[in-house]
Design a protein. Sequence first.
Length: 209
Amino acid sequence: MKTIKVRQHPLIIRLTHWLNAVALTIMVMSGLQIYNASPVLPFDWEFPKYLTLGGWLQGARQWHFLGMWILAINGTIWAVYNVASRHGRETTIFTKNDVGGVWPMILYYLRIRKQHPPVKKYNALQKSAYTFIALVGVGALLTGVAIYMPVQFSWITWLFGNYDTARIWHFIFMSILVLFVCGHLFMVAISGWGNFISMITGNKKERVA
């Protein structure tokens, strides 16, 4: 057996990945501060101060808009690259060719199927998750616009019901993003240190005969 380096992630994917992580952290923490200042859900709850950013409503809004611009621009670059490049279309974007691979992966994760189905960089479930979360990001951006400019973009606010329901949808979309990140971190942890390092260096060490 010998160890070789396998190219995993292009530079643009690594840069946008970490910038998205920073932007999402800013948006979530500042968003929790905004929620504390103006709750929208029908129960009495306040997020702990150590989970928030901004200190007060206006400060949190400024941080939130900073994170929004980073996430919107950086996320657009990530999406365009994955759609336009062969790398993205073959490894990240879920297509009709991946439909047949969903059920075998579910059976494998449920331990019903013992042998791992043949996959490339990402399996069908991973590709569906990355494609789905990109759509969730669009939903978070649209609801954010509906909340920030409900008069100028009243038609977007109308699409989500009204101002208050747009806020609830925004909270739901952001919650899904947070759950995705938690699941992503869990999968990285159980997959080994090499997967984390590959998102920094771009390479992953593999053993071959």
